[in-house]
Design a protein around this ligand. Structure first.
Ligand SMILES: [Zn+2]
Length: 282
């Protein structure tokens, strides 16, 4: 029930609301509301509720997340979200789009109009699919981090175009990486972090994919595989997982003023393997 001040004093009204709204209002003290009269003459009350975001716990355990191209996301715990399905879907849309765009610029007047309509419909469908996927992934990652009291570390993605567009790259490859999807996933992770009380830390992406996460020596990355060149370490494994682990390490450092020591290697423990350059003989 609400009480409203009318011209002739206060009057009480029963709210016609469902269980969902009742549940939301339960135990709350709304501070403001707006009375709205609809075109059909009915009245609505928009009630504003404020909710405090949960406190963000201080933690030294960090879940590193590498946002990539072949896999949309890979965590430092080795969990992966495959990008294969989305890449296929987007390649298909891209092909259809190219063909429609060609028709839209030639063809008769009505064909051109029809093509424009179809293009518009497709752009919405592709976008919704990607948005749904990003929501699902970011939700799962945030819940995982929350459940094990971890913070989340992400790379500063502002430079991802430059990084993934290192020449030479085909047109298809460039289209795949120059996408708002990376940006959106990061945004979703950031706001879900606030909502669920998970600390989201942004780290410098440089060398995260080139450094071995075990011994911090620069290694050799070839596609999906990473190989450590330090003979005393010799870690070989998934390149994305290695990157995610480095991101997690950096995420710990961000909160720790003396932490940069963690990201260096002791020279005594390094014996480099000669890779490309063969030994010179006198
Ligand atoms: Zn190593």
């Amino acid at each position: 029930m609400v009480s409203l001040t009318m011209l002739k004093g206060r009057e009480k009204f029963n709210l016609h609301i469902g269980n969902y709204q009742k549940q939301l209002l339960k135990g709350q003290t709304p501070k403001s509301a707006t009375l709205v009269k609809r075109n059909d003459g009915s009245f609505y009350l928009n009630i504003q509720l404020e909710s405090e975001p949960p406190a963000i716990p201080d933690t030294d355990d960090v879940l590193g997340i590498d946002v990539g191209r072949t896999d949309i996301a890979c965590t430092s715990k080795g969990e992966k979200f495959s990008g294969q399905q989305i890449t296929q879907t987007r390649d298909r849309y891209s092909r259809v789009r190219a063909s429609l765009q060609k028709k839209a610029s030639k063809g008769t007047r009505s064909t051109r109009r029809r093509c424009r309509q179809v293009l518009q419909r497709l752009s919405g469908r592709e976008r919704r699919f990607q948005t749904w996927l990003n929501h699902t992934i970011s939700y799962r990652l945030t819940r995982t981090a929350k459940a094990s009291n971890q913070a989340i570390a992400l790379e500063d993605l502002t430079g991802i175009r430059e990084r993934t567009n290192e020449l030479p790259r085909s047109k298809t490859e460039r289209r795949r990486s120059n996408s708002w999807a990376f940006y959106q996933l990061r945004q979703f992770l950031t706001y879900k972090g606030v909502k669920f009380g998970v600390d989201v830390r942004i780290v410098d992406p440089r060398y995260t994919s080139k450094t071995c996460h075990c011994c911090k020596v620069i290694g050799n990355r070839q596609g999906k595989k990473f190989e450590c060149l330090n003979l005393k370490c010799g870690w070989v494994g998934d390149a994305d997982e290695n990157g995610a682990n480095n991101i997690a390490t950096l995420g710990v450092i961000v909160n720790n003023p003396r932490g940069s020591e963690v990201m260096s290697c002791s020279l005594q423990d390094v014996v480099l393997r000669a890779t490309k350059s063969p030994l010179r003989t006198a």
